[in-house]
Every structure is written in C-alpha cells, then in structure tokens.
Design a protein around this ligand. Structure first.
Ligand code: SAH
Ligand code: SF4
Length: 432
C-alpha cells in the first residue's frame, strides 16, 4: 500500500507544479514514506534521515524533509525530537494536505499533521492516474478494526474504511487507460471491503471484482491482503466464476497453533482456516496459496512452532512470508509475559523459511512442462529477457523475441527454482 500511496503523492505534487527529481541529491523536497509494522522497518527511517543529512548536495541547500506514512502517524512528536532536521510529518490519512504543508515548511514553518480527517483523502487526489506498470495497485479499503494483539495497523491506518464503488471503477478505467492490464486491489483487510453502489446498495469485494472484471482492456484481477474470517461464499464463488480473477490467494494464518491464534486475537482457528482452504479448493482446485507467519509470538512453545511447520507442509503454499515477532509499543502483545528470546526466534525463522522454500520449489517444479499465460512486467538481467507473472503469481523469465512489456504471452515452462521459472514463448497477444 505504501507503493500505491507514494505513487499518489507523486501525482498530487506533479499537479501542484513540482517535478520528480532524478536523485535525492537533486531534490528540493525529499519524502520518506514509511512503514511501522515491525521495528526494523521503523528504525530504517532514522538511518535514512541521517544519510540524507550527511549527503553532499548539488545546490548546497538543505532539502525540505518530509516523513510520511505510519511511522509519522505513530511517532510524530518523537520524530521531531529525534530528528529536528525533519520539516514535515504527515500521517497516511492526511497526505492529501501535503501541498499546503510543504508551502508552510518552505515559509520556515515545521508542520506535524497526523489527523485522520473525515474529508476523504482520495477525493483530493488527481483523478487521472499517470503512467502505471502492467500490474497496477488500486487501494479499495484502508484501516482495520480487528486488533490482533501484535499489530499496529488499527492504530496507524485507523478504522476500516471502504472507498465508493463508482470512484473505484473510475480509477480502474484510468489505470487501464494508462497501461494497466492487471489490477491488484489493495486493503489491510481487502476482503472486508464493504462499498456502496450508485443506489446506496452494499457491495462486497466479490461484487466489486465482478464489476471490474467487465472493464474492457483489463485482463487480470488480484486482491490482497485478506483475513481468513472474511472469506465469504460470494468471494469464493467469484474464484470459480470470474475468469479475470487469478487463481491465487494470499491468506495469512500467522500460526499453526490455535492456542497462539487465540492469544493473537485472530478470530479464527487452525481448523476454521483449513476449512476455508477446503471450500476454496473445492471450487478452484488449482488455486495457489500464500500466507504470512509470525514466529516467536509471546508464549510460543516448541510444540506451537512445530504445529506451524506442520501446517506449512500440509497446506503446500506456493509462497509465504515469515517474520520474527516484533514487539510494538501500545499493542497488547508487547507487554505479555514469556517473550521469546531472539536466538530462539532466529532458529525458528530459519527452520520455517526452509520449509516454505521447499514448498515453493515443489510448487514451481510441478508447473514445469505446463503451458501458461504470462503477463510481461519488466526487463530481466540478460539482454532480450523479460520477466512476467503466471496466473499463480510465479515469476517467469523468457527470451521475449518481439513481445514487449504489457503483452500476455503463452509460455511453456521449462525449469524451476524456488522463486522463479524459465520458459519459452509459444505465442503472444499484443496489448490493446
Ligand atoms: N491484515 C493482514 C496483515 C497485515 S500486516 C492480516 O490480518 O493477515 C502484514 C503482516 O505483517 C502480517 O500478516 C504479519 O504476519 C506481519 N506482522 C504484523 N505485525 C507484526 C509484528 N508485530 N511482528 C512481526 N510481524 C508482524
Ligand atoms: Fe493487523 Fe491484519 Fe490483524 Fe488488522 S487483521 S490487526 S491488519 S494483522
């Protein structure tokens, strides 16, 4: 979502007659759009600020430094104290006010804006999207009301809010007109989306997907991130019935131990999660699954962790993300007893990642010999090589011939690694 927000900030500032600088050394204004989800991400901000301060500047003038995003939201005053060189601090729900904040800062007034204003941020952003990649992001829902005990999102992004369907269709049209062939619908809890249609009617994510799938020129749809509790029947049915909806689902479970899930306040059990996967696989047997895992949540025993590894092996994820538990100030888990020692977390993470990687390799190997459609998204390292995505979100490397970025090519998969595949182009359909 920060990638999406950064893109929108760029568009907003271009509309106020600014231009993108080539490097941070050239820039009069530098914006750090930050993540607060784990401590490592948050600490990076302070080292980046230090690096900016020390860098040799072409103009000799210190740039206006802006800290945006969730670190700004959570640590507004702390940033001003730790890094007085920062001029503007702006939270993720107030960045549409940046032009005014920058004008104030250029007049010598430092500004902190961590409001969560009721005026919709998106209405204040330029309607026309500029050049976008073949696979473009579209934020449809923000914030979270679920309050998992480890997570800062409900505090930094605020309450769950869905954007109006008409606005989303307009933005999707603009994305397609600017080069998108695939749209990835984004939300902290995207499958909790509850928008309103033209007549004030309620529209869930499944309904939104069906409306967007009808847009001419849009070949593919994906969505992330979902919560297991919000996988409703209509969304599962969409996986069976909407050909544009790709057979891939990122559905974080966090732990394979129901006892730990309870302590996390996840509102699902291991069994209910597995039952959801069964419902999905019943209608879409080829669906590829991905997930997030936290190791070392307070109180996690060797047995709890073994249950997580067993779950990974049982589900057979196409890929998955795993993290060491990071205590976040203000969340209930940060003050729980039985915090797990760093060395134990380290060892558990390595073991889990080995299991995930073995699963990913097995998944990719099982695709070798198949013919799949690949959306070409970027250049590869070798001359003439392009990299694209299969419907199952596998990275596929091909010698592109006369195919170009944005084309969807028919590829025979020839070789597999854990994170990518090699293939040969059989035919291609030029982007419209
Ligand atoms: N809404 C999504 C996840 C959003 S946060 C969900 O509920 O599944 C993205 C991921 O970051 C989470 O799935 C979790 O695995 C990880 N994460 C969040 N807080 C964390 C913390 N305090 N320590 C380690 N990982 C964390
Ligand atoms: Fe965080 Fe996701 Fe839990 Fe919300 S549902 S609190 S975003 S982990």
């Amino acid at each position: 979502m920060n990638v999406y927000d950064s893109e929108r900030i760029g568009e907003l500032l271009e509309a106020s007659d600014m231009v993108a600088a080539k490097t941070s050394e050239d820039a009069d204004v530098v914006i750090l759009n930050t993540c607060h989800i784990r401590e490592k991400a948050a600490e990076k901000v302070y080292s980046d600020i230090g690096r900016l301060k020390a860098s040799k500047r072409k103009s000799g003038v210190k740039p206006v430094i802006v800290v945006a995003g969730c670190v700004a939201q959570a640590e507004g005053a702390e940033i001003a104290r730790r890094a007085p060189t920062v001029d503007v601090v702006v939270g993720p729900q107030a960045y549409h006010r940046l032009p005014a904040l920058l004008a104030a800062a250029q007049g010598g007034k430092a500004a902190v804006d961590t409001d969560m204003p009721l005026d919709p941020k998106f209405d204040a952003l330029p309607a026309r999207r500029r050049a976008v990649p073949p696979s473009a992001f579209l934020t449809v829902q923000e914030g979270c009301d679920k309050f998992c005990t480890f997570c800062v999102v409900p505090y930094t992004r605020g309450a769950e809010v869905s954007r109006p369907v008409a606005d989303l269709i307009a933005e999707a049209r603009s994305l397609v007109a600017s080069g998108a062939r695939e749209i990835v619908l984004l939300g902290q809890n995207v499958n909790a989306f509850h928008g309103t249609g033209g007549t004030g009617n309620a529209i869930t994510l499944a309904g939104l997907i069906r409306e967007l799938a009808a847009l001419p020129g849009l070949a593919r749809l994906r969505y992330m991130t979902s919560h297991p509790r919000d996988m409703d029947d209509a969304l599962i049915a969409a996986h069976a019935e909407v050909p544009e909806l790709m057979p891939y689902l990122h559905l974080p479970v966090q732990s394979g131990s129901t006892r730990i899930l309870k302590a996390m306040n996840r509102a699902h059990t291991v069994d209910s999660y597995l039952a959801t996967l069964d419902r999905l696989r019943a209608v879409r047997p080829d669906i590829a699954l991905s997930g997030d895992f936290i190791v070392g949540f307070p109180g996690e025993t060797d047995q709890d962790f073994a249950d997580t590894v067993a779950l990974v092996k049982r589900v057979g994820y196409a890929q998955a993300y795993s993290f060491k538990y990071s205590p976040r100030a203000g969340t209930p888990a940060a003050t729980m007893e039985n915090q797990v020692p760093e060395a134990v977390m380290e060892a558990r993470l390595a073991e889990l990642q080995e299991a995930i990687s073995a699963g990913a390799l097995a998944f990719n190997r099982a695709s070798v010999g198949k013919q799949v459609d690949v959306l070409l998204e970027r250049k590869g390292r070798r001359p003439g090589q392009l990299i694209g995505k299969s419907p199952w979100l596998q990275s596929v490397h091909v010698a592109a011939g006369d195919a170009v970025i944005g084309d969807i090519v028919r590829v025979e998969l020839r070789d597999a690694q854990p994170n990518s595949l090699e293939g040969v182009v059989l035919a291609h359909a030029r982007a419209a």
